[in-house]
Design a binder for this molecule. Structure first.
Ligand SMILES: [Zn+2]
Length: 380
């Protein structure tokens, strides 16, 4: 394939998997519409970018974005999710800065920023979730961002939190942001760190590539940080960049080289293979014939549709979740129903697989409800 960033043909496939077109628990009627589609990811040996070579059509993507609504942290799940993001934004932007958040969804981050005293933040998002933010009275517009949007006006900063990996042409959007940025303005981008293999994600970034991309766009990286999520070390990557000629900040020198990015790409398929083997071993150790599984979000949907088929055929899977919105719904693809976690107690579950980023909260919930499986495997 040709690299969509640098145009090189020197690329290789480093990961492939099968993911349903709907990747969260859904209603029973939806199950028949769901298709299992391959996700094939390639790595460019010249620039270090990972890219999705099997993007879904807009029709499927829109469907999956609609499903994003009920996993929003605004509904009470994962409220602490953006704490690290907010700390970093507070460190680099002042409260009177005029900021634009591109891809603000239902405005969760904007609300948080407003509560911290950032009152000049405009959110932009073309998706239906923007309407939710607008109804809440937040400063949000439901449009696509282009350099035409602001006219001659320039802003102090752009915030992109888990959106840059979704854009069809992120490099065009970067250009547009730069042309709307004040001389001393900053761009903040948070993305999964070479992770997050879903149909919605079209690009897979790493520190080496981000540094290179900013350089080639006339910017310089001034800060880079990582966040560990559950047991996934350095799962998120946060970058702050300014114009290359900005004298106020020294350039942040990254230690990653192109060969490091390439070796990570090579390790990803192996890492997932190991994980699936651990699931197989774990389920075989429980002689009850049941597999208890916590999690009905996207991680679970992907895992359940890719585990060894013989386990699915030979064991009875009982999927539970703590999120009321997911109860009574079904895991697309495998079609398993989602039950409340309280049934684990009645069923005296001896072992439990947890596929969720909220592992600590789940452990606490288990203890508080006197549910004590002897063995727990966290696979997120
Ligand atoms: Zn490339």
């Amino acid at each position: 394939m040709i690299c969509p960033y640098c145009g090189s043909g020197d690329t290789f496939e480093y990961y492939h998997t099968i993911i349903p077109t709907v990747d969260r628990a859904c209603d029973r009627e939806k199950l028949s519409e769901v298709k299992l589609m391959p996700l094939v990811v390639e790595f460019c040996k010249k620039c270090g970018l990972g890219f999705n070579t099997t993007p879904l059509s807009m029709e499927y993507l829109e469907e999956s974005y609609k499903n994003y609504v009920y996993i929003s942290p605004a509904d009470g799940i994962g409220q602490t999710k953006f704490d690290g993001t907010l700390r970093k934004i507070s460190a680099f932007f002042s409260k009177d800065d005029e900021l634009i958040e591109i891809g603000c969804s239902d405005g969760f981050l904007i609300e948080k920023l407003n509560s911290l005293g950032y009152n000049r933040v405009l959110g932009i998002d073309p998706s239906p979730q923007a309407e939710i933010a607008i109804k809440k009275g937040l400063n949000v517009r439901r449009v696509f961002f282009t350099d035409k949007y602001l006219g001659e006006r320039k802003v102090d900063g752009f915030l992109l939190v888990h959106t840059f990996e979704h854009f069809e042409n992120p490099f065009r959007i970067l250009k547009d942001m730069i042309s709307c940025l004040k001389e001393d303005g900053k761009i903040f981008i948070e993305v999964p760190n070479f992770e997050g293999y879903h149909h919605e994600h079209l690009f897979f970034y790493n520190a080496y590539f981000m540094d290179r991309m900013f350089h080639e766009a006339g910017l310089k990286l001034i800060d880079i940080s990582y966040e560990t999520v559950a047991f996934k070390k350095d799962f998120y990557l946060r970058c702050v960049a300014v114009r290359a000629e900005n004298p106020d900040y020294p350039e942040f020198r990254i230690s990653e080289r192109l060969k490091d990015a390439e070796s990570i790409a090579h390790s990803i398929a192996e890492r997932y293979k190991d994980l699936y083997e651990r699931i197989t071993t774990f389920t075989q150790a429980d002689k009850s014939g049941n597999v208890y599984w916590w999690g009905a979000g996207s991680a679970s949907v992907v895992f359940l549709n890719n585990i060894d088929k013989s386990i699915l055929d030979n064991k009875k899977f009982i999927v539970v979740d703590g999120d009321k919105e997911k109860l009574g719904k079904f895991i697309p693809g495998v079609g398993l129903e989602v039950y409340p976690y309280s049934i684990l107690k009645d069923l005296k579950a001896e072992s439990l697989i947890v596929a969720s980023s909220h592992f600590t909260e789940i452990q606490k919930t288990l203890r508080e409800n006197d549910i004590c499986p002897e063995k727990v495997l966290n696979i997120f």
